[in-house]
Write a protein that binds this ligand. Structure first.
Ligand code: GLP
Length: 241
């Protein structure tokens, strides 16, 4: 696990964007696993700027997002599909049909997860998987538990995640209680993993991810076992390391 220490959020965002853009330049038809949350917004903004300048094109790129709230359609502004379209996809030249997010509108969890796994499996090993970090150490929506998940699954969100994500809703009652998430084994199959993390509220999770035992109680700790994982973190996030 390589750790890149950055000054602050902006520095972290530019370095993360640099790594993603290098991947796209080296392999224009690459497959990217993408993340939502507030952390990657700065990196997406930077990539849009480089696209507008003509430095990078996403015309042949395919993307696979990590997760989606169960029960929200892509038209719902709180859905991750909506977030991805409005924050990133609508501003670059990626083909909409090459962007994939678990189907939150499909309430049949078994079918929704099976179909998403099938899509990702067909893509082969993703070239680069971007991750954010939950305050409790989750990746995607793989909450702390007794074992690491394999394929896509429907999860009950923990109270801490509901509270953390409530800031993006009018109130905590509106946060969906379940989500579909790419499994940990699928994430670990990516050829390269880039974990972007910022802020003091993530410091304990960052410490446990990098220095703690590899345990499903801190899902991100499994990244210690990946052979090509880079953590791009700012000073605040690394303050306990
Ligand atoms: C959310 C998402 C994750 C995200 C994490 C951190 O619950 N499911 O994919 O990485 O929490 O979010 P943020 O970047 O907003 O702190």
């Amino acid at each position: 696990m390589k750790v890149i220490r950055t000054r602050d959020y902006d520095d972290m965002s530019r370095k993360t964007a640099n790594i993603i853009s290098a991947q796209v330049i080296l392999k224009p038809d690459c497959t990217l696993g993408l993340a939502t949350g507030t952390t990657p917004i700065g990196a997406y903004e930077q990539l849009i700027k480089w696209y507008e300048k003509g430095d990078v094109t996403f015309a042949e790129v395919s993307t696979y997002n990590l997760d989606e709230y169960r029960g929200l359609t892509g038209k719902n502004p709180q859905s991750y599909r909506y977030f991805m379209n409005h924050t990133f996809f609508d501003h670059i030249d990626i083909k909409p049909e090459n962007t994939h997010v678990p189907e939150g509108a499909n309430l049949d969890a078994e079918i929704a997860c099976r179909e998403y796994d099938e899509l990702v499996r067909k893509a082969g090993h993703l070239d680069l998987q971007l991750l954010g970090l939950g305050r409790n150490g989750h990746i995607g929506f793989n909450e702390p538990g007794e074992s690491f998940s394999k394929g896509c699954q429907c999860v009950d969100l923990t109270q801490s995640t509901i509270e953390a994500n409530a800031r993006l809703f009018d109130n905590a009652d509106e946060v969906p209680r379940q989500a579909y998430t790419m499994g940990v084994q699928t994430i670990m199959r990516a050829k390269m993993i880039v974990m972007a993390v910022s802020g003091e509220d993530k410091a304990q999770a960052v410490h446990d991810m990098i220095h703690g035992p590899v345990t499903p109680h801190c899902t991100a700790s499994i990244l210690q076992l990946h052979t090509n994982c880079v953590v791009v973190a700012d000073e605040a996030a690394l303050s306990l390391c």
